[in-house]
Design a binder for this molecule. Structure first.
Ligand SMILES: Nc1ncnc2c1ncn2[C@@H]1O[C@H](COP(=O)(O)OP(=O)(O)O)[C@@H](O)[C@H]1O
Ligand SMILES: [Mg+2]
Length: 388
């Protein structure tokens, strides 16, 4: 059988493809097990969802009932409540019991449960798609009542089943867009009484998430906060080398380190470069991989992204382009200084500042330890090589 690529990106990674995060794993598992309300914060692509999935799997093995919902996947508040209620009622519930169980739990808000029977011929014996809707909800008051019912569900399920729950609300910052902040009040009020239910609120926009935790906001001091940083560089590099080795491709000295460095040590970008390099090397029938192979792969990837990157570049204003380029060449430091501004023909400090703010807001650039970095390491390389 052909060796499988040992590097995974663009989807949640667990078990074998998962590196490090030992301390965070233990901490999150014990907090959730104790029924804490945990906030997990990091920029995108650092590994929140993967960490959460891994921890929930561990808890499920200890008979904790686990539920995962991505808040940002819903286009409205009611849509989110439907998705959340559906995830809660279907969690580990036999299909035959689903209708009665849903009625038992949600009768007050008149749920409409639909179960598609699986298409014949696929050999499917599992349940078909289940949808849950609340057609009786019309006004804002109805919605608030529905929210109170749905947010109380985990506690009722824990009692009815005599089981602890662990709930992950992923991309939680999206909650801020619903219903002018009342959601936060309603949710906080409900969760604080649920002793046997652990929650992890994972969010990708650190500034939005931090603001949610400020004084006078509902979630102020609601529970522990885990700020997920990058994976230790050396640990990650060794992990990459080891995975090359154990999949039959000998890494030349420094390969793992170069991959981690070129990828800005963002987990997604590291796995992408490793995955693509591994593929190229295998297709070429090579038994080892070195820095030349890495750079050949990088060149291929830049070529494949050329159109998308060009479009992204042209959507920026001239001043944003200049700031972006200077930021790449200066490693994100001292961008407001007179020296850097004159070297890169940048506008006045206040325009540089507002361009930076716009780039951060659009998630093209992020701020880390006082430095500005391009969020996508591939785009950073493209800007360095293809723009003037
Ligand atoms: N612990 C890890 N070890 C190795 N790779 C990881 C790890 N965590 C994340 N990744 C890589 O990063 C990618 C994005 O992870 P994800 O969990 O989706 O991040 P987030 O939820 O923070 O956006 C994954 O597809 C995987 O390639
Ligand atoms: Mg995620």
């Amino acid at each position: 059988m052909a060796q499988q690529n040992p590097f995974v990106y663009g989807e949640i990674v667990t078990s074998g493809a998962f590196a490090d995060r030992e301390a965070e794993r233990e901490r999150l598992a014990s907090d959730l097990g104790e029924g804490q309300k945990v906030f997990l914060i990091s920029p995108r692509r650092y590994g929140k969802s993967s960490l959460v999935r891994d921890v929930l799997r561990g808890l499920a093995r200890q008979r904790v009932l686990t539920v995962e919902v991505t808040v940002a996947a819903s286009s409205s508040y009611v849509g989110f409540l439907e998705a959340y209620a559906r995830a809660l009622v279907t969690a580990d519930t036999p299909v035959a019991r689903l209708r009665r169980w849903t009625t038992e739990l949600l009768d007050a808000v008149r749920p409409e449960l639909r179960m598609e029977t699986p298409a014949a011929g696929h050999g499917a014996s599992g349940p078909g798609r289940v949808t849950l809707a609340f057609p009786a909800i019309r006004t804002a008051r109805d919605t608030a009542r529905l929210a109170a019912e749905v947010f109380a569900l985990p506690g009722r399920i824990a009692t009815a089943r005599g089981q602890r729950l662990a709930i992950a609300l992923d991309e939680f910052q999206a909650i801020a867009a619903f219903d002018e902040g009342n959601v936060e009040h309603a949710l906080r009020a409900a969760v604080q009484d649920q002793r046997s239910v652990g929650y992890v609120f994972a969010g990708s926009e650190p500034s939005l998430m931090e603001r949610m935790l400020e004084a006078r906001r509902p979630f102020y001091k609601a529970g522990p906060v885990i700020r997920l940083g990058k994976i230790d560089e050396d640990v990650f590099a060794a992990f990459i080398d080891e995975r090359f080795r154990s999949s039959g491709v000998k890494p030349e000295p420094g390969l793992g380190e170069a991959i981690v460095d070129l990828a800005g040590n963002v987990p997604y970008d590291v796995q992408r470069l490793a995955h693509e390099t591994w593929d190229d090397v295998r297709v070429a029938g090579l038994k080892s991989a070195g820095l030349d192979d890495l750079h050949a792969t990088l060149t291929r990837l830049l070529g494949e992204h050329q159109t998308a990157f060009e479009e992204a570049w042209q959507r920026r204003t001239l001043s944003q382009r200049a700031v972006l380029r200077a930021l790449v060449l200066e490693d994100g430091r001292e961008l407001l200084s007179a020296d850097v501004r004159s070297r890169h023909r940048l506008p006045g400090a206040s325009s540089v500042q507002s361009s930076l703010a716009a780039l951060v807001k659009q998630d093209i650039v992020m701020k880390e330890d006082g430095r500005y970095l391009v969020s996508d390491s591939l785009y950073r390389e493209w800007v360095a090589r293809k723009t003037f």
